[in-house]
Ligand binder design. Structure first.
Ligand code: PEP
Ligand code: MN
Length: 339
């Protein structure tokens, strides 16, 4: 529920309203607009229902409105048009389109540092790379674990790039947070609610990837799990969904970008690599993602894709990545953004 306050509301009335919200077992969420202040009352549905009548009658409250969507903090209904997250010296969700790139998995320090230096030259601001890998087969490379995190941290020191890496298990969360600038929840864990709750309790931006078979509403409900636990820095990532089509690894749902942007204030990035599954579709899908309003691109890059420990087929070589970024710059310009 949101409470729209009267223009004449006093500071004392606001404090009293907040104390009543808290007494009702709800969390207040204040947005001060140029014209009006609104307070979101977030919590259990029964508590919201019980508090509705009383809330509407409080001094300083103009009206109480039920939020129609099942996700509340992720919704635009709380009054926020867009969220911009400042991470290091970059912003995600503003006019600049963030380029996040790197290998699927961290393999060794030399290879990672070389990739980091090359993607940086092309304009990437964030280095991605998995140290904990969610593999379909238990008999394939599972990631280097903490050793991989250390290499990411070394590569950051050398290049100044920010580091994004996946956390698969709540037990590894503190460890991953001690190395990463941005943590990633992968597609397979989008509905691992315990992980989402724990990720909600840390103070790090999170890239939340859309589940392989998840609807947009389910995706936003997962963002809500993180946000309702206190961490509101969620970056949504469309990475393709499973359909009947087999020509690509997944079907990139580009319409999810404008839909998410209409429903939510959260930044939306696109990972065309895991959607395409093969490198030659990555460029056209990246350009389309920028055209359709994505706030960032996440792209897998490897110097020798045929030797990559994982996802070589969809990884771009340095030259192809550089060409892609140059073309993406032109598309970004055409839609009023910058790379
Ligand atoms: C990844 O980004 O490394 C990854 C495993 O992607 P997804 O979770 O989208 O499959
Ligand atoms: Mn991968």
């Amino acid at each position: 529920m949101i409470l729209v306050l009267k223009k004449s509301v006093t500071k004392e009335e606001i404090n009293y309203i907040i104390s009543k919200i808290e007494q009702a077992g709800l969390k207040p969420h204040i947005s001060e607009g140029a014209d009006v202040t609104i307070i979101g009352c977030i919590g259990h549905e029964d508590a919201v229902k019980a508090f509705f009548g009383e809330a509407e009658a409080l001094a300083g409250v103009d009206k109480a409105i039920r939020i129609s969507k099942p996700y509340k903090l992720a919704s635009k209904e709380l009054g926020k048009e867009r969220s911009i997250f400042k991470i290091g010296d970059i912003e995600i969700g503003g006019d600049d389109i963030a380029v996040i790139a790197g290998p699927c998995a961290v393999e060794n320090l030399e290879n990672l540092t070389e990739i980091a230096e090359n993607i940086k030259k092309s304009g990437a601001k964030v280095l991605r790379g998995g140290a904990f890998k969610p593999r379909t087969s238990p008999y394939t490379f599972q990631g280097l674990g903490e050793e991989g995190l250390k290499y990411l941290s070394e590569a950051r020191k050398k290049t100044g790039l920010l580091v994004a890496t996946e956390v698969m298990d709540p037990r590894d969360l503190d460890l991953v947070c001690s190395y990463a600038d941005i943590i990633q929840v992968g597609a397979r864990n989008m509905q691992n609610f315990r992980l989402l709750q724990d990720v909600g309790k840390v103070n790090k931006p999170v890239i939340l990837k859309r589940g392989l078979c998840s609807t947009i509403q389910e995706f936003l409900m997962s963002a809500e799990y993180i946000m309702s636990n206190g961490n509101e820095q969620v970056i949504l990532c469309e990475r393709g969904i499973r359909t009947y089509e087999t020509s690509t690894r997944n079907t990139l749902d580009l319409s999810a970008v404008p839909v998410l942007k209409r429903l939510s204030h959260l930044p939306v990035i696109v990972d065309p690599s895991h959607a395409a599954g093969v490198w030659y579709y990555v460029e056209p899908l990246s350009l389309a993602a920028v055209a359709v309003g994505a706030d960032g691109l996440m792209i897998e890059v490897h110097p020798v894709p045929e030797k990559a420990f994982s996802d070589g087929a969809q990884s771009l070589k340095y030259g192809t990545f550089d060409d892609l970024i140059n073309k993406a710059k032109a598309v970004a310009k055409a839609v009023g953004r910058n790379i």
